[in-house]
Design a protein around this ligand. Sequence first.
Ligand SMILES: [Fe+2]
Ligand SMILES: [Fe+2]
Length: 280
Amino acid sequence: MTRITCVTENTAIPDLGLQSEHGLALWIATDHGSVCFDTGQTEAVLSHNLGVLGLKVEDAKALAFSHAHYDHTGGLETILSGNEGIALYAHSDIFRPRFSYRQGEYKSIGMATTQAELARHVQLRLSDKPTEIFPGLWTTGEITGRPEPEGRSAHHFIRIDGNWHPDPYRDDLSLVLETGGGLVLVCGCCHAGLLNTLFHVEKTFSGPIIAVLGGTHLTNASKPYLEHVIKVLGTRFEGVQYYLNHCSGQKAVKALQDAFPGQVENCPAGTVLNFDSDQG
Ligand SMILES: [Fe+2]
Ligand SMILES: [Fe+2]
């Protein structure tokens, strides 16, 4: 069995003593070990919530990052302390500096550390190809072929040869868990776009997609585009169960709940989901 616990999120289940912040961290406990997928925005919230949830930092056998942004990588030190030499899975472009442009200023919003510095403390497993973390748990690798709009923000930029360009989000990846019933897609921020990510998983892995969990970046989706997403999900990905949070956007969650009654839930910090192991 694999147990996925939402540790850090924009919201938290009330009365559990959990803290919330804009960010995402998920703890994935498989039969082969536990992986921390993203670390939220701050060490303080990640350590506090792991403690409340009874999860021990030193039990993490691997760390994986969905992408570089501070709200997914800011709590990194919490996982590193007591885990010297842990394996870190991420896309090879994750250390590229990334910026947000607001009110006339470019602010750094990418990784707070360099590749050389981090390589002294972790085993870097950087790849743009799908990579197996534990048996049955994979990174998607880079989301290739993006026929649909990405989950983008007009504020996000990278710098090439002194010029500013929209962030292409090459570093954005998700995880895929192979279960007895099919594939569970675990998203961080889904900047590559939810539909693009689903198409990529469909062509890269075998088995039906049975659940989608995490941030799906539909927060800026227009009404017509949301209607298109719902149409594609309803025809091509029938019966999927959704556990949405972070950058999914409440309007999108509500629209999906209306379209797929009983299949769409929020996933605040404190949510625990169990999935059967792969029988094959
Ligand atoms: Fe992001
Ligand atoms: Fe995010």
